[in-house]
Design a protein around this ligand. Structure first.
Ligand code: AHG
Ligand code: MN
Ligand code: MN
Ligand code: MN
Length: 336
C-alpha cells in the first residue's frame, strides 16, 4: 500500500544529501559529512532549548559579545557545540561565529575544504519567554584549496555552496539548500532523524504580510516609510497587509518562505547598515529565499552581490515574495 510504503520509505536528511551528492560524481562526500556534523549541533541545541527552563539554561551568561550584546547561556552553549562539531568533522577550515570576535582556524590536522559562517543561536532575546529561536549557517568552499584565510569568507553570498537554518519552535525544522532548491526537514524525536516534510519549498510570488520592527519607524528613510504606509493604507481599494513580527529572524523568515510576504530590517538613522549581520544572517537567508524563487535586496543592490569587508559587517535587508520585494526596489530606485 502506498501509505505503508511511504511510512517505511523514510527520506532522512542524510539520505537526501547523499542522493544530491550522487549527482556529482566528482564529489568526495565532504559536504555530506560537514552537514551531518551541523545537523548533530542542531539536534543538541534543539534538546537544550526544549529543556532550557528545566536545565537552568535560561538567563544571562554574564559576558558581553563583540556585538555588544549580553550573551545568554544558550548563546554560549550553542556556540561551543557548533565549533566543536565543525572542528571534529575534519571538513571545515575557517569558521565565523556571531559570538567570536575573530575568525576561527581549525587546527591543521583537522582542516577540510569548507568555510562555515554561523549564528549559533538567533533570536536570543526570545529565549526566556519561550518564543521560537534558531540557528543559521552558510557554507563556502575554500577558494584555492590551501590553508584557509579570512578572504575565504569575505566573499559575496552568491558564492556560497549551501545555506540553511534550524528553527526550534513547536517542532524542530531544518531548512536547507545546497544550490538545488530549498527543502524542509522535521526532526522526529523518536528516531532522532530529520525527515523530509517540505520538499521543494517555493515562496509565494506575492504575499499579504509585512514583517518589520515598527518601533524603529521614527528613524526609517523615505522609501521604507512609503512602503509601510502603502502596506497599511493601500490605495485603489486593496486590502491592508497584516503585520507579523516575531523578533527572531529565523522564525520571521520561515513564515515568509511558507506564507509569503516581506521581511525587512531596514537601515535607519541610528544604524545606517541596519542591524542584521551580513555573513551569517543576511547571506544564508537571502540564498534560501532566492533558491525558493523570492528576492533579497539591501536597499541598494541584490543582497547576495554584496562583498563583505569585515566578518561582522551589517546590512539592511528586504527579502521574501518576488513581487513584494520588487515594489520596495522600485521605491528605492525612484528615490535615487
Ligand atoms: P541574535 O539573537 O542572533 O543576536 O539575532 C537577533 C536579531 C534577529 O534574530 C531578529 O530579526 C532581530 O535581531 C530583531 O531585532 P529587533 O529586536 O531590533 O527588532
Ligand atoms: Mn546576538
Ligand atoms: Mn541572529
Ligand atoms: Mn545569535
Amino acid at each position: 500500500h502506498a501509505a505503508d510504503a511511504q511510512r517505511t520509505d523514510l527520506m532522512t536528511l542524510t539520505r537526501f544529501v547523499l542522493n544530491e551528492q550522487s549527482k556529482h560524481p566528482e564529489a568526495r562526500g565532504d559536504l555530506t559529512i560537514l552537514l551531518s556534523h551541523i545537523v548533530l549541533g542542531c539536534k543538541f541545541v534543539c534538546a537544550a532549548v526544549n529543556k532550557a527552563g528545566l536545565a537552568k539554561l535560561i538567563g544571562l551568561a554574564g559576558d558581553t559579545n563583540i556585538q555588544g550584546e549580553e550573551q545568554k547561556k544558550l548563546d554560549v552553549l550553542s556556540n561551543e557545540v557548533f565549533i566543536k562539531a565543525l572542528c571534529s568533522s575534519g571538513r571545515a577550515n575557517v569558521l565565523v561565529s556571531e559570538e567570536n570576535e575573530t575568525e576561527i582556524y581549525v587546527e591543521t590536522s583537522r582542516r577540510g575544504r569548507y568555510c562555515v559562517v554561523f549564528d549559533p543561536l538567533d533570536g536570543s532575546s526570545n529565549i526566556d519567554c519561550g518564543v521560537s529561536i534558531g540557528t543559521i549557517f552558510g557554507i563556502y568552499m575554500l577558494k584555492d584549496g590551501k590553508a584557509g584565510v579570512v578572504s575565504d569568507v569575505l566573499r559575496p553570498g552568491k558564492e556560497m555552496v549551501a545555506a540553511g537554518y534550524c528553527l526550534y519552535g513547536s517542532s524542530c525544522m531544518l531548512v536547507l539548500s545546497i544550490g538545488n532548491g530549498v527543502h524542509g526537514f522535521t526532526l522526529d524525536p523518536a528516531l532522532g532523524e530529520f525527515i523530509l516534510t517540505h520538499p521543494v519549498m517555493r515562496v509565494p510570488r506575492k504575499g499579504k504580510i509585512y514583517s518589520v520592527n515598527e518601533g524603529n519607524a521614527k528613524h526609517w528613510d523615505e522609501p521604507t516609510k512609503k512602503y509601510v504606509e502603502i502596506a497599511k493604507f493601500p490605495t485603489g481599494g486593496s486590502v491592508p497587509k497584516s503585520l507579523r513580527y516575531i523578533g527572531s529572524m529565523v522564525a520571521d523568515v520561515h513564515r515568509t518562505l511558507l506564507y509569503g510576504g516581506i521581511f525587512m530590517y531596514p537601515a535607519d538613522k541610528k544604524s545606517p547598515n541596519g542591524k542584521l549581520r551580513l555573513l551569517y544572517e543576511v547571506f544564508p537567508m537571502a540564498y534560501l529565499v532566492e533558491q525558493a524563487g523570492g528576492q533579497a535586496f539591501t536597499g541598494k543592490e541584490r543582497a547576495l552581490d554584496v562583498v563583505p569587508k569585515k566578518i561582522h559587517e551589517r546590512s539592511p535587508i528586504f527579502l521574501g515574495s518576488f513581487e513584494d520585494v520588487e515594489e520596495i526596489k522600485t521605491l528605492y530606485h525612484a528615490s535615487g
